[in-house]
Write a protein that binds this ligand. Sequence first.
Ligand code: 13P
Length: 250
Amino acid sequence: MRRVLVAGNWKMHKTPSEARVWFAELKRLLPPLDSEAVVLPAYPMLPAAKEVLSGTEVAYGAQDVSPHREGAYTGEVSARMLSDLGCRYAIVGHSERRRYHGETDALVAEKAKRLLEEGIVPILCVGEPLEVREKGEAEAYTLRQLLGSLDGVEPSAPERLVIAYEPVWAIGTGKNATPEDAEAMHRAIRKALSERYGEAFAQRVRILYGGSVNPKNFAHLLSMPNVDGGLVGGASLELESFLALLRIAG
Ligand code: 13P
């Protein structure tokens, strides 16, 4: 019912020339897939993604978007620009943006709305920092963030929304949440989605896990009933390891 999604968040890595070579190699080596593969490079690599990956099974998208539609917003990139470049997905509310750029739930919700207006699927990230988990408040914190970031966000279909649970303490640390901990949070997220959008809708929204996903731990994470894929940082940069994740997803 929910197609597994493997999304590679490249963060601020690679150059456009390096990305072009990587995309071409991915296209050459891509196995037949039942799951869905998405690459999320920095903005300057999207034209190369469009050239090389259009017409393939691999989707691509952005790591962020402006909350504004158009206008005098120096340095910003609009959802309409991303749509013109063929982006099918974009991340919003990544913890690195929340932490280093002061993004609030309300801002994240505005960004998600701009994406939906342009037919782009938001990959909306939530997740607790370590001190919150240690206090035993991970679930309450994450669900509050989820509902705040979905305020006024009304996707026309469940396939138009993806949630990523990324516990902050698991990002880039090599410490992933146990599959059981991830499953417990994903179940709580789905329940909150069901209260927000209805049960039938919530059952079809994909919830990805992110935080030190690699080819060694991915199969176990994916075996959990509410884990519908991964949002992968470090392990998506090397083509070999991204391909390994795709083979695991099937
Ligand atoms: P790592 O896979 O490098 O831990 O990064 C996770 C992440 O933040 C993906 O968005």
